[in-house]
Design a protein around this ligand. Structure first.
Ligand SMILES: [Cu+2]
Length: 529
């Protein structure tokens, strides 16, 4: 079967305006399916439905597996399935693909159930592919699962070409440890999603994504924790992951996707946890909200309609050293922003909107911040509640780095070329190795945006990195922590510090505008002993 990348390589897809007739011939009119009018989704009444809260994945009995299973290993079984999903009461249900805990066969498929990991408690997650083999308008039912931000061997990292088919299963070994057993590297908000070579965008858009939260003695997930090291951040019902995604719907309620545009797909409906513009009743106390931008290509910048600030406590997979007060938070595809909002003192019945004021009209990236955006979520303040939680001024210290001692430097340029997307001039080739970092040797990578006004959120697998400079300047405080995804704004050059320490093997780094990734802005690197 020819992939779009094959077509590109054969020169059958050209760039720019020359592409239009072919795109039209191949089905760009998907965007004009009946019902929506002007290519848009049908109208929906906002804030009819409460925010869905994905359930926690529950363990299963031990099974035999290729993974090492020291005492205390936890086992999970997840099924990848097709099903109908209601994104909004005004729309007929849509056909989605998602993840389902074998213990909860009636749970919503997307987002998938949330994994809760404990540091130094290894887990084995068996993913069973129950997807249909019959062709669908988009989506390819071969799957490979990447735990984004996770520290894991290559065979458990969701290698894009190491997929399993319908009827097959695959075991992912997640050690939930870090190489130096350093509490400063304790992680918080990861996510998992499909990573199939050439088709990640379609499969993630179809629904294959969920959260994976990590806890340890510091970020313990218990706001009543008597341990003096515990941060006692808001926990339980007051620790709420929210994945924000844009989707486009046909009049019959089905998801619309344009398989033949690789600039970056945009929807016109904003979903939180799989619901279009939900409401969320909150008590008069502190909440921790873990925002994940699970969109293919859309950036968001969130403001609160009452003018209050966010207290940011984490970025990507890690807590920050200190909380940072911000009036708005911008979040690129695949990034996570961990915040605390306090509804204490706000009268019962008050409505507060989470508003996206970032205008974006193409896959290129955001245009500008506007004064009135789209209300994505409505908070309704709903009475008092006890609040033993706190936001300490010291969260998680950063491990020291020494960029001055680094001897290995690499340079990667991310650019548009030949109607697709390249790293250092080349499309992704799973057999070409762009770098061979040696374990235990720190490196500095220069990530260069090749221009054209495009934004590229770059994700590097296996190890977190530290942003040293953006165009020669020290990044803002919220970008100085351990990150796994770094945005290259147009024409920017970003220098990062990264050290691979454990797991020799094959990994990838790529743009997380997933249409860019698929066509084929991704590179393989091999960590070596
Ligand atoms: Cu990109």
């Amino acid at each position: 079967m020819l992939t779009r990348r094959d077509l590109l390589k054969m020169g059958l897809l050209a760039g720019g305006s020359a592409m239009l007739p072919l795109e039209q011939a191949l089905g760009r009119n998907l965007l004009r399916l009946p019902g929506g009018g002007n290519g848009g989704s049908p109208a929906t009444t906002p804030f009819l439905r409460s925010l869905p809260l994905p359930a926690t994945v529950q363990p299963v009995a031990a099974f035999s597996t290729r993974c090492a299973t020291p005492g205390g290993t936890v086992f999970y079984e997840i099924h990848e399935k097709e099903g109908l999903h209601s994104f909004h009461p005004d729309l007929p249900p849509a056909t989605v693909w998602g993840y389902q805990d074998v213990n909860a066969p009636n749970a919503p498929l997307t987002p998938g159930p949330t994994f809760i990991g404990r540091v130094n408690v290894p887990a084995v997650a068996r993913f069973v592919n129950d997807l249909p083999t019959a062709p669908r308008s988009f989506g390819v039912p071969n799957t490979t699962v990447h735990r984004h931000g996770g520290f894991q061997e290559d065979l458990s990292d969701g290698i894009p070409t190491l997929f399993f088919r319908p009827g097959e299963s695959y075991d992912y070994c997640w050690p939930n440890s870090n190489p130096d057993n350093d509490p400063r590297e304790g992680e918080s908000t990861l996510w998992y999603h499909d990573h199939l070579v050439d088709f990640t965008a379609q499969n993630v858009y179809r629904g294959l994504a969920g959260f994976h939260l990590m806890f340890d003695d510091v970020d313990s997930g218990n706001e009543n924790d008597p341990n003096p090291n515990a941060l006692r951040l808001p926990s339980g019902d007051f620790d709420v992951p929210m994945v924000v995604q844009d989707k486009l719907f046909a009049g019959n309620g089905e998801l619309v996707y344009d398989s033949f545009s690789h600039n970056g797909f945009l929807g016109d409906k904003f979903c939180v946890n799989g619901a279009i513009q939900p409401f969320f009743s909150v008590k008069q106390r502190k909440y921790r909200f873990r925002f994940l931008n699970g969109s293919n290509a859309r950036f968001f910048e969130f403001f609160l309609s009452n003018g209050r600030s966010f207290v940011q406590i984490g970025a990507d997979d890690n807590l920050l050293p200190h909380p940072i007060t911000r009036t708005s938070i911008r979040i690129a595809p695949a990034e996570r922003i961990d915040v605390v909002l306090d509804f204490n003192g706000i009268p019962t019945g008050t409505a507060i909107f989470l508003e996206n004021r970032l205008q974006q009209t193409s896959g290129r990236g955001p245009d500008r911040v506007v004064s009135h955006g789209t209300q994505v979520l409505k908070f309704i303040v709903d009475g008092p509640a006890a609040d033993p939680s706190q936001v300490p001024n010291n969260l998680r210290e950063l491990p020291p780095i020494n960029p001055g001692a680094v001897t290995v430097q690499r340079r990667f340029e991310f650019a548009r070329s030949h109607g697709g997307w390249v790293v250092n001039g080349e499309f992704f080739d799973p057999n070409r190795v762009l770098a061979r970092p040696r374990l235990g040797v720190p490196e500095i990578w220069t990530l260069k945006n090749g221009g054209g006004g495009w934004f590229h959120p770059i994700h590097i697998h296996l190890e977190s990195h530290r942003i040293l400079t953006r165009n020669g300047r020290i990044p803002p405080a919220w970008e100085q922590g351990r990150k796994d995804t770094v945005v290259l704004n147009p024409s920017e050059e970003v220098r990062i510090y990264i050290e691979f320490r454990q797991f020799a093997g094959q990994y990838v780094f790529h743009c997380h505008n997933i249409e860019h990734e698929d066509v084929a802005m991704m590179g393989r690197f091999d960590t070596i002993l």
